[in-house]
Design a protein. Structure first.
Ligand SMILES: [Zn+2]
Length: 235
């Protein structure tokens, strides 16, 4: 589907362009069009340029147009969020969601069950103990702590990352590696281990300094020690 150009794109100006810039760009575009009157589609293009010009040079109309663009943008963002959350979370069936080994738990997986091959937890029961409000005493996940992640099994050198946010559903972490949405990871850190599903991957790097913000949802989760009660890092 071809995206419709905004009036700013039609006039080749930035969204914060002052009137003088809009006017001069308009004049240039119309001159170019008039210099080639035999080019196909020019009448439509001229009409579009005129419409864009009429809106962007009228303060009230421009403001209303900007509002409309913003709400379209927000609707598009919301739609993307929905497709993300609608993507099915892998389920623990008869095999480990990370390494695909079969496990012996035919009827119900115990909360502390781990995969005999990759040692990933097999149950999501741990999630019930994650409390980001810190009001209840429960298990702690540090808001900023080092973690290791595996993208396949076996993998001798796992990737490293740092958690930057937590929620009962999952975590955000930063790493130098891009991880495609939909990837399944095995995550290990001092407090917990998990199998997680990448739901977003955002480029937050700078030139020659790669940095990716990875959002994952827990598929399984298990805390490593029952010692220590929880004080929220978000509070
Ligand atoms: Zn496994």
């Amino acid at each position: 589907m071809k995206r419709r150009r905004t009036y700013y794109q039609v006039l080749f100006v930035r969204a914060d362009a002052p009137q003088e810039i809009i006017k001069s760009s308009y004049r240039t575009l119309m001159q170019q069009l008039n210099a080639h009157p035999d080019r196909g589609g020019d009448a439509d293009e001229a009409a579009l340029i005129n419409r864009a010009y009429a809106v962007l040079t009228d303060a009230g109309k421009r403001e209303a147009y900007d509002r409309e663009l913003r709400s379209q943008y927000e609707a598009a963002v919301a739609a993307r969020e929905q497709t993300r959350t609608a993507a099915p979370l892998p389920q623990v069936g008869t095999t480990c969601p990370f390494c695909s080994s079969t496990h012996p738990h035919k009827k119900g997986i115990p909360a502390d069950a781990v995969c005999v091959t990759c040692e990933s937890p097999l149950s999501l029961a741990g999630r019930e103990h994650v409390d980001v409000t810190g009001l209840r005493k429960t298990r702690r996940i540090d808001k900023r702590s080092k973690l290791l992640f595996y993208v396949r099994w076996p993998q001798t050198r796992p990737g490293t990352g740092f958690t930057s946010d937590i929620s009962p559903r999952g975590i955000m972490f930063e790493t130098v590696t891009e991880l495609p949405v939909g990837s399944i990871l095995k995550i290990e850190c001092s407090r917990f281990s998990a199998i997680a599903h990448v739901v977003n991957c955002r480029d937050a790097g700078k030139f020659l300094r790669p940095n990716w913000k990875i959002g994952v949802q827990f598929v399984t989760l298990r805390f490593k020690s029952s010692r220590g009660t929880f004080v929220s890092d978000l509070a």
